[in-house]
Design a protein around this ligand. Structure first.
Ligand code: 5GP
Length: 111
C-alpha cells in the first residue's frame, strides 16, 4: 500500500481540494509552484505503464477533472500537468498521479 492509498482512506491527513467516486485531488506536500495539486485515481494503479484498456474511461475522467480543479483553484492564467513514470521519469510514489501546477510562469524544458 502506498502513502496515497492511506490518504484516500484518511489514515494520514492531506489538504483535499476535490473528491468524487473515482478520484481524489490534494495539495502536494512539497509544492513546486504556488499551486501544486496531485490528482489521483482511487484505484491503486501503479503507473502509466500499468494502465489497461479498461482504464480508458477512468483516465478520461481524470483529465476532465484537471481543468475543473484548475478553475476552482483560480489558475486562470494557465497551468501545467505532469505525469512522472518510472525511475528516470522521476516517479517516487507508485500510485498513478497527475501533478497540476500553476500560479507562476513555468519554464520549459523541465529539468
Ligand atoms: P512523483 O515524484 O512520484 O511524481 O510525485 C510524488 C509527489 O507526492 C511528490 O511531489 C511529493 O511531494 C508528493 N508526496 C509524497 N508524499 C506525500 C504525502 O504524504 N502527502 C502529500 N500531500 N504529498 C506527498
Amino acid at each position: 500500500m502506498t502513502i496515497f492509498t492511506k490518504i484516500i482512506q484518511r489514515e494520514i491527513p492531506a489538504d483535499i481540494v476535490y473528491e468524487d467516486d473515482l478520484c481524489l485531488a490534494f495539495r502536494d506536500i512539497n509544492a513546486q509552484a504556488p499551486t501544486h495539486v496531485l490528482i489521483i485515481p482511487k484505484e491503486p494503479i501503479s503507473s502509466l505503464d500499468a494502465l489497461q484498456s479498461e482504464h480508458q474511461e477512468l483516465m478520461g475522467h481524470l483529465l476532465l477533472k484537471v481543468s475543473e480543479v484548475a478553475a476552482e483553484l483560480g489558475l486562470s492564467n494557465g497551468y501545467r500537468i505532469t505525469v512522472n513514470c518510472g525511475e528516470e521519469g522521476g516517479q517516487s510514489v507508485d500510485h498513478l498521479h497527475i501533478h497540476l501546477m500553476g500560479g507562476r510562469k513555468l519554464n520549459w524544458p523541465p529539468g
